[in-house]
Design a protein around this ligand. Structure first.
Ligand SMILES: Nc1nc2c(c(=O)[nH]1)N[C@H]1C(S)=C(S)[C@@H](COP(=O)(O)O)O[C@H]1N2
Ligand SMILES: [Mo]
Length: 199
């Protein structure tokens, strides 16, 4: 009976663990540097750079946008993956209804409280599943996991899922973020094992 259960859970996992990754039930915390301490009402999210009209949103502004749920797998480049993580928050696509990008915009540099940054092309940023998450498994997002607000980009390695989100700087040429400057791949697709840059 136990064997049957194991088999069934293995079937559910099949095809979901990228090469070189190992599943974990726990949710490890991976942070470079100090953990910022912010109250939700202190959080401001900016959108600037190549937008027609720069914008800064308050917590209230964010909560007045549509709220969405996302269940997604989470893959850290240090080789752990966690399946079916449940988030709630604002979809990137709903946030982006608030601004008009200039035609030259092709990438975004994501900024965090504490100074961490990471980069995405607009193709990777403007995806329907990407979320600004304030809730994890039904509870307020814990501080160590990026609360009050973090980005979730489930199709790329988790270093792209910026914790303690501060804002979005839209750029023409892709500006590299913290780990990308320090040798990580500029894109980070776990299915292609885009862990490190070849340059
Ligand atoms: N601001 C910030 N965001 C960050 C990081 C960080 O150090 N600072 N670490 C990244 C890395 S490498 C990973 S694997 C995930 C880890 O998220 P977790 O701590 O919630 O597991 O957050 C990413 N987002
Ligand atoms: Mo990571």
């Amino acid at each position: 009976m136990f064997g049957k259960f194991l088999k069934r859970s293995r079937d559910a996992e099949e095809g979901r663990v990228p090469p070189g990754q190992v599943l974990t039930e726990k949710f490890p915390v991976l942070t470079y540097g100090p953990t910022p301490s912010l109250k939700p009402e202190e959080v401001r999210i900016f959108l600037d750079g190549l937008v027609e009209q720069p914008l800064e949103l308050s917590w209230q502004d964010l909560l007045s946008l549509p709220q969405s749920d996302l269940t997604a797998d989470f893959h850290c480049v240090t080789r752990w993956s966690k399946l079916d993580v449940q988030w709630r928050g604002v979809k990137v696509l709903d946030l982006m209804e608030q601004v008009k990008l200039r035609p030259q915009a092709s990438a975004v540099l994501i900024h965090c409280y504490g100074g961490y940054t990471t980069n995405l092309t607009l193709d990777d940023f403007l995806r329907p599943e990407n979320l600004l998450a304030h809730t994890l498994f039904g509870e307020a997002l814990p501080r160590e996991h990026g609360g009050p607000l973090r980005l979730i980009v489930p199709h790329l390695y988790a270093w792209k899922s910026a914790k303690w989100l501060r804002g979005f700087e839209f750029t023409g040429r892709e500006k590299l973020g913290f780990w990308e400057v320090n040798g990580y791949h500029r894109r980070g697709d776990p299915w292609r094992e885009e862990r490190f840059s070849d340059e």
